[in-house]
Design a protein around this ligand. Structure first.
Ligand SMILES: Nc1nc2c(ncn2[C@@H]2O[C@H](COP(=O)(O)OP(=O)(O)OP(=O)(O)O)[C@@H](O)[C@H]2O)c(=O)[nH]1
Ligand SMILES: [Mg+2]
Length: 381
């Protein structure tokens, strides 16, 4: 019977998480637009760690600074001086194109510009013809480099105005991938009425469609605007792990080999953690493991543990012939993944503090979710 040690497993997972984050490719975005349109507000609302506040950024050209934060695989190039007239706008455009070309020349995905967000303030109620002209010229010069351009309509608390502006811009036939109205933060219109933030999830969805596969983990790791997208990616990781657990032959797994499931499950936990992007510490992972597949302290994934788990699966019966079926192995893996996603979802929604996960409260939530998943999850045949 293979023994496993919860503490060691948690430590292995922590190491693997740190490693995976370190190896994420860096996402590079140029954010352009006039002063006051809401670029910083947008950046802080879409990405974790209040990037636009903390980093003053490092000037990379006359009108562009690069905002980064140690340990976060993201670089934002923030442009400025847009309102200073035609000459400056033309300089900004040249700097944008130069930056794109320099990045491409490195042939390094970590240094390539992946996307441009051009921000227009819906609340300003007008777009200068020069801005349209600027976008037209930019996309012309971008014809070979083909960096996707997204127009973000910021401060769109008036949906009616946003729709009208969007239509007007669509009629210009600009070479952009999408025009997306957003309200990055709730907006208090008067004492009676506050417009709720919206649209950032659409921006993330579009980003997921246009970015290369090598940046998907990064995008989910750094974004805080779409729970739906995070869950979608996390659930894909669970499905992959469950398939691996079931195995190709789908033969019953002898109890003595149940520990073989652990590396697959560990990889799954690591992927989910990286996708959610929270600072998960060892006590949280110890709690997760001990409240689901293990039972506190140093433990053995043996007959008693598996029998305990099986109790919760209708129809799985007891441990017959010293083996669990392949579909049961898949089900246990799915339940573990889904239970972990559930508690991280609660943290995302602010229903639970991340540090609560390492406490009794967190353990209870995880073990309850795990059992519920076992009970109601569909057994994979
Ligand atoms: N409530 C609310 N206020 C916003 C939103 N977007 C921008 N604002 C406000 O508009 C003002 C300007 O926003 P910033 O994000 O600083 O604009 P910026 O484009 O970064 O401006 P510069 O850095 O000067 O170029 C701030 O007072 C923001 O609070 C939003 O989505 N909701
Ligand atoms: Mg700003």
């Amino acid at each position: 019977m293979a023994a496993f040690d919860t503490e060691k497993l948690a430590q292995d997972a922590i190491n693997a998480i740190a490693d995976k984050i370190k190896n994420l490719n860096t996402l590079n975005i140029i954010v352009a637009g006039k002063t006051g349109v809401g670029k910083s507000t947008l950046i802080n609302s879409v990405f974790k760690d209040e990037l636009a506040e903390t980093g003053m950024g490092k000037p990379v050209t006359d009108h562009m600074r690069k905002i980064t934060k140690k340990g976060v695989p993201l670089a934002i190039y923030d442009t400025r001086g847009f309102e200073l007239g035609k000459e400056v706008q033309s300089e900004v455009k040249k700097e944008v194109i130069d930056t794109i070309q320099k990045g491409i020349a490195t042939k390094d995905i970590n240094k390539t510009i992946h996307c441009i967000w051009y921000c227009i303030n819906t609340a300003a109620n007008r777009v200068e013809p020069e801005e349209i002209q600027w976008l037209r010229e930019l996309s012309r010069e971008n014809q070979i480099t083909q960096v996707p351009i997204i127009i973000v309509l910021t401060q769109s608390f008036s949906k009616k105005n946003a729709v009208a502006l969007r239509k007007m811009l669509l009629d210009e036939n600009l070479d952009v991938v999408q025009i997306i109205p957003v309200l990055a933060q709730d907006y208090e219109i008067d004492e009676e009425y506050t417009a709720r933030a919206y649209g950032l999830d659409v921006l993330i969805k579009v980003m997921a469609e246009i970015l290369p596969e090598e940046l998907m983990d990064t995008l989910q790791h750094v974004q805080i605007a779409s729970l739906t997208e995070k869950k979608r990616y996390a659930q894909a990781a669970v499905a992959t792990a469950a398939m691996a657990a079931v195995g190709e032959g789908a033969a019953p797994i002898p109890l003595s080999d149940c520990a073989m499931l652990i590396p697959t499950q560990l990889t799954m936990i690591v992927s989910i953690t990286v996708i959610f992007g929270f600072d998960v510490n060892k006590s949280i992972l110890t709690a997760l493991i001990s409240s689901t597949i293990g039972t506190g302290g140093a433990t053995v994934l043996g007959k008693t543990v598996v029998a305990n788990i099986l109790k919760f699966i209708p129809g799985a019966g007891t441990v017959l012939g010293g083996a669990i079926s392949a579909s049961t192995a898949g089900l246990i893996t799915t339940a573990l993944g889904e239970a972990y996603i559930k508690v991280l979802e609660m943290v995302f929604k602010g229903e639970m503090n991340i540090n609560d996960l390492g406490t009794v409260k967190g353990k209870e939530a995880m073990s309850q979710n795990f059992r519920q998943q076992l009970r109601f999850g569909k057994s994979r045949k």
